[in-house]
Design a protein. Structure first.
Length: 383
């Protein structure tokens, strides 16, 4: 079975990464049926609210026996909850520990019975901590799976404070046998998720953790090249951990803004504000701070490792500039970037509990808005 690198779909309308996840899984049934046949999804009572509805409609819900669908005659319902022995979604109730335990067992079938499965477990991102120990032990025992935490961060502020996550970016970066991802755009998610699927259920494979958002972003902001060669180059940068969004060369930066996930619009807006002040700001979009940190650790090492040269591509050693990092999570997650070239750095993020508010107010409160990002850059430049 070969997992495709790209499904070839155009991403033209603003969409959140959480919505894009559901569409991608649904498209797999048509675009890569052999892969879809190996995917098993599971969730702790949040299947529809993590956007698995389309996938469930096509794949069904697993049950030991076929069960009668009492609402089969309702043609207007959006979710068809058909339970049977051929279903490929498992609903667990509110039980995150059972979720990661099941994901680990499903992710070990390749070594135990020579039958590869690709388990994808979705849960609300802040509740990853409920299942942290068994999730980690499952990977320690050899289970390979994909865990999706969504929605995440204070970006969820309009829906209340209880479901806002702060520490999960650090948890993902520090978890062994796992790659942590936080793509901003739908196309980035497609490439990263397909890459992660390709690494699950195989010898030498690895688990993945995705941190997604409910904030729709305009795909035009990602500036994905249309030429096949340049598009493939971008894809390789995305799955390596990040890429530059600026049209100018890194050597021309006066300051470099590094963003992750849902806050990219604020980072790009801050670059425009700085441009109005005569400051040329470079913009870097990280899809996996985890992989960039591994690249940082690998530099100068004489031992074989799993780091790439992506860090030097993003932050060329010969061109130091002040850095401002921005993430909807704890700011220390990206603090290691200061060590790449010895740059002065300001790390913006969330270091207190979230609140219930509008998105603009939440970002302003936590200093994630464009004005705060531009202000941090000007402070570093002494202006």
């Amino acid at each position: 079975m070969r997992v495709p690198r790209d499904l070839g779909h155009a991403h033209r309308k603003p969409v959140s990464t959480q919505t894009a996840l559901g569409r991608l899984l649904t498209d797999l049934v048509r675009d890569a049926p052999e892969v879809a046949a190996r995917v098993v999804t599971c969730s702790p009572d949040v299947a529809s609210s993590t956007n698995l509805g389309g996938w469930i409609n096509k794949s069904g819900v697993w049950s030991t026996t076929d069960r009668r669908d009492w609402f089969a005659d309702d043609d207007e319902r959006l979710l068809r909850w058909a339970e049977g022995s051929t279903g490929r979604h498992v609903e667990l109730g509110i039980a995150e520990v059972n979720l990661v335990g099941l994901a680990a067992e499903l992710g070990a079938t390749w070594s135990r019975w020579d039958q590869r499965l690709i388990p994808v477990a979705t849960l609300y991102d802040p509740f990853l901590a409920r299942a942290l120990e068994p999730w980690s032990f499952g990977m320690y025992a050899g289970g390979q799976s994909i865990v999706v935490g969504t929605p995440s961060g204070v970006t969820l502020a309009p829906e209340g404070g209880a479901h806002q996550s702060v520490t999960t970016p650090s948890i993902g970066l520090e978890q062994p046998c796992c790659v942590a991802w936080e793509p901003a755009f739908a196309q980035d998610l497609e490439w990263c998720l397909l890459h992660a699927m390709d690494r699950v259920g195989v010898a030498g494979g690895t688990s993945s953790y995705f941190r997604l958002s409910t904030r729709p972003l305009d795909p035009a902001a990602a500036c994905v090249p249309e030429e096949p060669e340049l598009r493939e180059r971008r894809r390789r940068e995305v799955v390596a951990g990040g890429y530059r969004l600026s049209a100018h060369r890194a050597a021309e930066d006066d300051v470099t803004l590094v963003g992750v996930g849902a806050v990219l619009p604020e980072v790009l807006a801050a670059a425009d504000l700085l441009g109005e002040r005569g400051v040329r700001a470079g913009v870097i979009c990280l899809t996996s701070p985890d992989l960039v940190f591994r690249s940082f650790q690998q530099r100068g090492s004489r031992d074989a490792g799993d780091g790439s040269g992506v860090l030097d591509l993003l932050l060329p050693p010969g061109h130091p500039t002040p850095l401002v990092t921005v993430q909807d999570g704890h700011p220390h997650t990206l603090a290691f970037l200061a060590g790449a070239r010895g740059d002065r750095i300001r790390c913006l993020g969330v270091s207190e509990f979230g609140h219930s508010s509008g998105l603009a107010d939440a970002y302003a409160h936590h200093r994630l808005d464009a004005g705060a990002v531009a202000g941090a850059a000007l402070d570093l430049l002494g202006r």
